[in-house]
Design a protein. Structure first.
Length: 153
């Protein structure tokens, strides 16, 4: 299905592959979203949101609760692209760039996708989905489950 598990049952390899795909797309789109592009900021953001971000967040409700160190790699990829899109100098902080262009962090994006995904599951009419056991987030063994993305930090 496109999700890769690492040998220790983590999503390290999947996130690494996502980062590689994002870098490949970024290099293809560089003439359009790069520093010397004549496209407007809105069009550059539209290209990022429609072509790069879906690749970055594919199946994120499943692996979005991965280790913070892995998620930070995707966050840094987004920061690099945002800096490129806005043609910002090196001394401007990434959080200010993201705030100015109204770009949510990767973690916030994954949380929004997870909320939508799990709401659709709960409201599903499928008998197979209705037969599954209910999820209890307070159970201590289940800290690294996909729904832990929904818990407040």
């Amino acid at each position: 299905m496109g999700v890769i598990l690492y040998k220790r049952l983590t999503f390290k390899k999947h996130i690494y592959n996502n980062r590689q795909k994002v870098n490949a797309i970024k290099s293809i789109l560089y003439p359009l979203i790069g520093r010397k592009s004549n496209l407007s900021l809105g069009n550059k953001l539209l290209l990022y949101k429609s072509l790069v971000r879906p690749v970055m967040s594919y199946a994120s409700p499943v692996w979005g609760a991965a280790a913070k160190s892995h998620i930070k790699k995707l966050e840094s990829a987004q920061n690099i692209i945002a800096r490129q899109i806005t043609n910002s100098p090196w001394f401007i902080r990434n959080r200010y760039i993201a705030k100015d262009i109204k770009l949510k962090t990767i973690k916030e994006r994954f949380k929004k996708l997870a909320i939508n995904f799990f709401n659709k599951i709960e409201n599903s009419n499928s008998p197979a989905i209705q037969e599954t056991t209910t999820y209890d987030p307070s159970h201590s063994r289940k800290k690294r489950r996909p729904r832990t993305l929904l818990n407040p930090d």
